[in-house]
Ligand binder design. Structure first.
Ligand code: MN3
Length: 249
């Protein structure tokens, strides 16, 4: 229903916004999905981890990192490369553009693109914003945290609570607007705030595959420990990019 009304709105306002509206991707008719391909055999690539699998220990163990990156993220990339065989436009369009307009993806592959491209975007962000030297928020991003949450501690509490409440598999994010305003959003499955045109400053994966080997059912402990591996230098760069309008996924 929401998509229908939004479409009507777009159609109705087309004459007014024609010069500023983003171009839509034109999809050809999708054919049946072919046999699986190797992970990066196609336009979608599995980005290498920017550090060794063991550097986040003891907070995230090497085996979890290896399986999570190579197998889970690798599968999302492989699935997207299969979809791109039947819908080549997927491989030629910015990821954030596709995710912000899923209604435009052919029916037969829409759910698959939602899950797998969402997963690809989420994990690409996730590896980037972690690292062995965590530090603490500084400068403009710290000012924004203090302004929008009261303090860094309060932001972590709200984030961990939202991540803990997310039923089943999902993610918890700090979103950022072009004005630098921060917010917290939890999503099911591989959904991302990119799907409503927002931008992500940082996010944590609360699927059991992200923590089960080390923490079993203790998601709250994982959420708390995860802050020890958050790379604040990278997040500072993402915050600056968001304000400059250049942050993508
Ligand atoms: Mn994951």
């Amino acid at each position: 229903m929401i998509n229908l009304s939004r479409r009507h709105l777009f159609t109705g306002a087309a004459g007014l916004v024609a010069t500023t509206a983003l171009p839509r991707i034109v999809f050809a008719q999708a054919a049946p999905t072919p046999a699986p391909a190797a992970a990066s055999d196609g336009p979608f690539k599995l980005p290498p981890l920017p550090y060794a699998t063991n550097v986040l220990e003891p907070h995230i163990d090497a085996k979890t990192m290896e399986i999570h990156h190579d197998k889970h993220h690798g599968a999302y990339v492989a699935n997207m490369n299969n979809f791109a065989k039947t819908a080549p436009q997927l491989g030629q369009s910015p990821i954030e553009t596709i995710l912000a307009d899923l209604a435009n993806v052919p029916d037969s592959i829409r759910v698959g693109v939602r899950n797998n491209l969402g997963g690809h975007a989420n994990h690409t962000m996730f590896w980037q914003i972690m690292g062995p030297t965590s530090g603490a928020p500084q400068g403009e991003v710290l000012e924004a945290i203090n302004r929008d949450f009261g303090s860094f501690e309060k932001m972590k509490d709200a984030f961990n609570a939202a991540g803990g409440r997310q039923f089943g598999s999902g993610w918890v994010f700090v979103t950022v607007t072009k004005d630098g305003k921060l917010g917290i959003e939890a999503t099911p499955n591989q959904d991302t705030p990119l799907m409503s045109g927002k931008r992500v400053l940082l996010g944590n994966d609360v699927w059991e595959h992200a923590y089960y080997l080390n923490y079993q059912n203790r998601r709250a402990d994982y959420l708390k420990a995860w802050w020890n591996v958050v790379n604040w230098q990278k997040i500072g760069e993402r915050y600056a990019a968001a304000k400059a309008g250049t942050l993508t996924i």
